[in-house]
Design a protein around this ligand. Structure first.
Ligand code: NDP
Length: 401
């Protein structure tokens, strides 16, 4: 029988919800492009419930325990005295969400001698040292597409929020003011602006599709070009390099995975090549941007705004400079964990576990590493290597009630 360790974020500070704002979720038949939603044999949760926090347990306890497996659920993941550090030594499966990542460094993988499956309940497995997983023959899988549209919606919200200066304007209302000039002195329309995405995968393309009706000029950079029909339909301009794209864009949205090729892609030099007054929205991974270079570009006015929900490490320490830099619209890592997304990735996690325990193949599109090499989506979108360096800094975060 297997031991499954599941690392989830904490429950709400006022307790696990007893009721919800809405009574259910809309029914979605398929993802764009036709991929089917997760197909587990059954689920033991109510879609729309909070599944991603500790008490939600991704709806897995009944399924696992009824088959004789052990389930350990914890949010205590960082530092040598953490529950994760203690429990991983005999774990067969470790489940983690990118929002509250269980960093599986080479050192932790070496300690986890029985580990066979590192399962990401979400998208983005950069919290796992993929090189170490390859060398140990550990399978790494994620629930591809489960929250891509959730993130695309968030990106559009953040672009509009920054360009139209929504958050400071909202703050004037809270402060009891009616300071129209203060609100609009940094407020513009997106119409006619040039927006470019770094990567036009599931999220990047969905962002472009959603921005088309705003009459923006649409640009993209990706290693693989989109079909000509899509380029024509959306009137897209493809750029052969990121540098080439950012110099013409008013808004840049980052939608590629974090791997050694993309780590610190947005450094001092890349930012210097952007237009003065450009905005960046990064919901991909914090480490794709150089933390301090972003702060300097906002302070100097070279960037007009920066928003996103991804940081490094996570949780971000209280003194992380992105909490206090000017003109930012940061949130904790939430875009891919709406209640709608949780229902899909909890079902996808269950589907992957069913395959794993029943000896059936995991869908190719869910695989990142398998059989000692990058596989499936991983072979297409990632490069081998490690992007977890520095993750021990997450232990600096102090919980506040
Ligand atoms: P996809 O796999 O559909 O798309 C990833 C795209 O990135 C692919 O088109 C790939 O290109 C491209 N890419 C890979 N490496 C590079 C590179 N060096 N330069 C430019 N493009 C590159 O994934 P999704 O769109 O669903 O998700 C993308 C990322 O967004 C995830 O990896 C994750 O980090 C992040 N994410 C964040 C969430 C959140 O809650 N904030 C939730 C979900 C995802 P190609 O394959 O053509 O080479």
């Amino acid at each position: 029988m297997a031991k499954v360790v599941c690392v989830l974020y904490d429950d709400p500070i006022d307790g696990y919800p007893k009721s919800y704002a809405r009574d259910g979720l809309p029914k979605i038949e398929r993802y764009p492009g036709g991929q089917t939603l997760p197909t587990p044999k059954a689920i033991d949760f109510v879609p729309g419930a909070l599944l991603g926090s500790v008490s939600g347990e991704l709806g897995l306890r009944q399924y696992l325990e009824s088959r004789g497996h052990t389930l350990v659920v914890t949010s205590d993941k960082d530092g040598p005295d953490s529950v994760l550090e203690r429990e991983l030594v005999d774990a067969d499966v470790i489940i983690s969400q990118p929002f509250w990542p269980a960093y599986l460094t080479a050192e932790r993988i070496a300690k986890a001698k029985k580990l066979k499956l590192a399962l990401t309940a979400g998208i983005g497995s950069d919290h796992v040292d993929l090189q170490a997983a390859i060398e140990r023959g550990i399978t790494v899988a994620e629930v591809t597409y489960c929250n891509s549209i959730s993130v695309a919606e968030h990106v559009v919200m953040m672009i509009l929020g920054l360009v139209r200066n929504y958050i400071p304007s909202y703050q004037w209302v809270i402060k009891g003011g009616w300071n129209i000039a203060d609100c609009v002195a940094r407020s513009y329309d997106v119409e006619g602006m040039h927006v470019g995405t770094v990567a036009a995968g599931r999220i990047g393309l969905a962002v472009l599709r959603r921005l088309k009706p705003f009459d923006m000029h649409l640009h993209y950079y990706d290693r693989h070009r989109l079909p000509e029909t899509v380029e024509k339909e959306l009137n897209l301009t493809w750029h052969p390099t990121v540098e080439d794209m950012v110099k013409v864009c008013d808004v840049v949205t980052i939608n590629c995975p974090l791997h050694p090729e993309t780590e610190h892609l947005f450094d001092e030099k890349m930012l210097a090549g952007m237009k003065r007054g450009a905005y960046i929205v990064n919901t991909a991974r914090g480490k794709i941007c150089d933390r301090d270079a972003i702060v300097r570009a906002l302070e100097s006015g070279h960037l007009a705004g920066y928003a996103g929900d991804v940081w490094f490490p996570q949780p971000a320490p209280q003194d992380h400079p992105w909490r206090t830099m000017p003109h930012h619209g940061m949130t904790p890592h939430i875009s891919g964990t709406s209640l709608s997304a949780q229902a899909r990735y909890a079902a996808g996690t269950r589907e992957i576990l069913e395959c794993f325990f029943e000896g059936r193949p995991i869908r190719d599109e869910y695989l990142i590493v398998d059989g000692g090499q990058l596989a499936g989506t991983g072979a297409h979108s990632y490069s081998a290597g490690n992007a977890t360096g520095g993750s021990e800094e997450a232990a600096k975060f102090r919980k506040r009630a």
